[in-house]
Unconditional design. Structure first.
Lengths: 314, 213
């Protein structure tokens, strides 16, 4: 019995070791000299820095100057000019920030979601399969895809914050400055934003990273299903656009159902819930709806990933 | 791991970028002014010392404020307790929507001065909900009055004040900042932060409802 357990343990360790080694190889392929990863990251960071420049040159510099000039004369919503309140997921109405939050699904998929289809065509997949199980190969590849997708979304956010911190002083914001800040009561983590903005920053970055990772996995699995990466990117992106459009239409329909405006809240919730395209920016949406969106994304990604397990390349 | 010349150059470049970032962020935060935060407890006098809610012209130089108590009330209960009886009762529902603070206000100066009481606000425990000064307070704050001294450049920005070297107690009502819907909602919070000034020092008081530990 003891011997059987030891044997089982050794086999388990070997399996984990093989999986780890395979994951290491995939991660190096995904993040190392992978031009698609660096292109995606470059575009994301460029948009994030452009957003800072647009914010600063359009009004930020002038408003901050006025705030500093009237420092001991007039209240100017000073906390509204901190890197926290000007951060891209909060101030996403400007061109570059808006563009980033419109193309993040492509940026997340671009680095490595093509790997399965490409490796299947070139024979790399079959070669890997001779040395590891189907689950190990699929697991390592999807995990590396998830990491690359997460980095493609969250690195630009970090770059945006650091660039803003080079321009605006770090000061806490308060809920009475909501007009300057834009974090309204009812937005997810709004309380944390006002009480501990660093924790807000970290948690929202992690949330976006998770969404980016799930999306990259979903596109990777979908590409295996349709056997074409470009088709899967276009198809998944069109579905996001369609859902956002349907949400917008439903907002009008549901809102008009009650003349006294009592269904406005429900209408907004439905619209925000269906607008997965803007999931990574801060919206007025309740926690249950947000959690449901992420859960749906996770279920879709996991279901499609199961397809890869059943598609043995040998 | 062998450190090649190329790898070394990369590491030096990254270190330089990080150092430049840190230096720039430090410079910005040393150069620009910062709002100092001061937090007080209920029962403690808060010296306003020139700190203001909206304009320096409020005249808070010799003013001090103390929170003596806090309770939640319906609009009718509040009016019965503190109004002059001219307002109609029974038209605002039975929601316990008002957070009523008992404030002691002291003016140690030689002129009226004042402070921006109607701009003060409460923040609920979660940190994202504000309770703003309610118009229902207009009779209950009668001991306070607008600036009545000689007209000066900033007299329009003066806060509400009391006589020099005097003290008064008022009962100020705050209402959830949700427009007309707020009157129909019970105040759910039991602890708050009262903001008495915003700049150059933000002075806040931790407030707990009577009976809450």
């Amino acid at each position: 019995m003891m011997a059987a357990r030891m044997k089982e343990g050794r086999t388990g360790n070997r399996t984990r070791g093989r999986m780890g080694a395979l994951f290491g190889v995939e991660l190096r392929r995904a993040l190392g000299r992978n031009p698609w990863f660096w292109t995606s990251l470059g575009v994301g960071v460029a948009l994030a820095l452009w957003a800072v420049w647009a914010n600063w040159s359009a009004w930020g510099a002038n408003q901050l100057r006025l705030a500093v000039e009237s420092w001991d004369v007039k209240e100017f919503g000073y906390g509204g000019f901190s890197p926290f309140s000007q951060w891209m997921p909060i101030h996403c109405q400007d061109g570059a920030a808006g563009a980033f939050f419109s193309v993040w699904p492509i940026l997340a998929a671009l680095p490595y979601a093509w790997a399965w289809v490409s490796d299947a065509k070139t024979g790399v997949l079959a070669q890997q399969r001779t040395r590891a199980t189907q689950d190990q190969v699929a697991g390592a590849k999807l995990l590396a895809t998830a990491v690359s997708g997460a980095l493609a979304v969250c690195v630009p956010l970090v770059a945006n914050f650091l660039a803003l911190a080079c321009l605006y002083p770090i000061d806490p914001a308060f809920p009475n400055q909501v007009m300057e800040v834009g974090v309204w009561n009812g937005m997810p983590l709004a309380g944390l934003f006002y009480t501990c903005p660093v924790a807000f920053l970290v948690l929202w970055t992690l949330f976006d990273a998770v969404v980016g990772a799930l999306w990259a996995v979903l596109v990777c699995a979908l590409s295996a299903l349709v056997a074409d990466f470009l088709e899967s990117v276009v198809l998944s992106y069109l579905v996001l656009q369609l859902l956002a459009y349907v949400g917008q239409q439903l907002y009008g329909v549901i809102g008009a159902m009650a003349a006294d405006g009592s269904l406005q809240g429900v209408a907004r919730e439905v619209q925000s819930g269906l607008d997965l395209l803007h999931l990574t920016q801060l919206n007025i949406v309740s926690w249950p709806t947000l959690a449901l969106d992420v859960a749906l994304l996770a279920v879709a990604a996991a279901s499609l990933a199961c397809v890869l397990r059943g598609r043995d390349v040998l | 791991m062998r450190i090649t010349r190329r790898r070394l150059a990369g590491m030096v470049a990254i270190a330089m970028v990080v150092a430049a970032l840190v230096a720039r962020i430090a410079w910005v935060n040393v150069t620009y002014p910062h709002v100092r935060l001061e937090t007080y407890e209920m029962g403690e006098w808060v010296p306003l010392d020139g700190d203001f809610m909206s304009y320096a012209g409020e005249g808070t130089a010799h003013y001090a404020v103390r929170v003596d108590g806090a309770q939640v009330m319906t609009v009718d209960d509040y009016r019965r307790a503190y109004d002059d009886g001219s307002e109609a009762l029974g038209v605002n529902g039975n929601a316990r929507c008002l957070v009523v603070l008992t404030l002691s206000i002291r003016n140690d100066g030689d002129d009226q001065g004042g402070f921006g009481l109607p701009l003060t606000f409460l923040v609920g425990a979660a940190g994202d909900e504000t309770y703003i000064y309610s118009g229902a307070s207009q009779y209950a704050i009668e001991p306070l009055r607008a600036y009545d001294g000689p007209e000066t450049d900033d007299s329009w920005a003066r806060g509400l004040g009391i006589d020099p070297h005097s003290q008064c107690q008022v009962h100020v009502a705050y209402l959830l900042n949700e427009g007309s819907e707020a009157v129909g909602k019970d105040a759910a919070d039991t602890s708050f932060t009262l903001h008495l000034s915003q700049q150059p020092v933000r002075k806040m008081v931790r407030v707990r409802l009577a009976g809450e530990s």
